[in-house]
Write a protein that binds this ligand. Structure first.
Ligand code: PBG
Length: 332
């Protein structure tokens, strides 16, 4: 459909931009706090927060402080938090057994948050990298990241998180076949109502740098993730991955990173109409924050403009480290 308009001067586009009231009336997309998922970094200990140097304003928090953050999310109208553990070095092993320990940091945090603030949905991360001595999302055998054995471990990890009370599982590992395997396990273990938000189109990106600092994976990672994460040059492949994950039982899908991949968000939403999310990742947050701390851009305005871009691109919601700041701004 080509929108129709009379030739100038009968049509003057500036008429509808003339006042705040008219601009508000014709605005096509809006952001609300309920569009946001707030990622939280966890660490061992009590009553502590430690800042992440490459992500100014972001902290790692102990479980009690993560509970406090979940309460804050609830007060701000943010419907979900997503948990990422900073795993102590002694819990990183070649067999990744800590990943499905029912009492690991993530699972303890899930239980504590669901206990204290049941209204807030808890999303998890499913991948072996926080627990793997090699820093990879899958098991490494003779230098190769192996698929099928990794999927079996991911299923154990998923079940441990479901048992802890997670609402939304987030497989972020990019192994083939993991969504179907996790969905079948959830069905047979009585977790029919646990949903899966698949990191379906996750690109091998340099924008994950600050996150790997935050969870202590930068030092651990040997090599790169290009044999399982997507090539940034690809777009059709993203559609095939989303189709595959939806067919295997994903309830929602994600494109990651966000801002450099808005074209993918739009194609995914137009093609499938499924609940679609983008992850505005650590490097995107870091670059906007760094520019604003230098006084080069208006921090609040670039934050809101960047988040609105996801809605315009067709996303139903955004995982963003800006979640509390953006929600506070929206509440005035
Ligand atoms: C790991 C994982 C990563 C992120 C989320 N889960 C990093 C990676 O794949 O190396 C990145 C998030 C961010 O950069 O904010 N499975």
């Amino acid at each position: 459909m080509t929108p129709l308009s009379a030739p100038f001067p009968m049509t003057r586009f500036r008429r509808l931009r003339a006042t705040p009231a008219l601009r508000a009336l014709v605005r096509e997309n809006a952001l609300t706090p309920s569009d946001l998922i707030w990622p939280l970094f966890l660490m061992q200990g009590e009553e502590q927060e430690v800042s992440v140097p490459s992500m100014p304003g972001v902290v790692r928090r102990t479980v009690d402080r993560a509970v406090a953050a979940a309460r804050e999310a609830h007060a701000l109208g943010i419907p979900a938090v997503c948990l990422f553990p900073y795993t102590a070095m002694e819990h990183r092993t070649a067999d990744c057994a800590e990943a499905w320990n029912p009492d690991n940091l993530s699972n303890r945090a899930i239980r504590a948050i669901k206990d204290a603030v049941p209204e807030v949905a808890v999303m998890t991360d499913i991948a072996l990298d926080p627990y793997n001595i090699d820093g990879h999302d899958g098991f490494v055998e003779n230098g190769e990241i192996v698929n099928d054995r990794t999927v079996e471990a991911l299923v154990r990890m998923a079940l441990a998180q479901a048992r802890a009370g997670a609402d939304i599982l987030g497989p972020s590992d990019m192994m083939d076949g993991r969504i179907g395997a996790i969905r079948r396990a959830l069905e047979s273990e009585g977790f029919q109502n646990v949903s899966i938000l698949s990191y379906a189109a996750k690109f091998a990106s340099a924008f994950y740098g600050p996150f790997r600092d935050a969870v202590g994976a930068s030092a651990a990672l040997k090599g790169e993730k290009k044999t399982y994460q997507m090539d940034p040059g690809n777009s059709d492949e993203a559609l095939r991955l989303v189709a595959r994950d939806l067919e295997e039982g994903a309830d929602m899908v994600m494109v990651k990173p966000g801002m450099p991949y808005l074209d993918i968000c739009r194609r995914v939403k137009d093609t499938f109409g499924a609940p679609t999310f983008a992850y505005q990742v650590s490097g995107e947050y870091a670059m906007l924050r760094a520019a604003s701390l230098n006084g080069w851009v208006d921090g609040d305005r670039v934050m809101m403009e960047s988040l609105l871009s996801f809605k315009r691109a067709g996303c139903d919601g955004v995982l963003t480290y800006f979640a509390p700041a953006a929600a506070r701004l929206m509440h005035g």
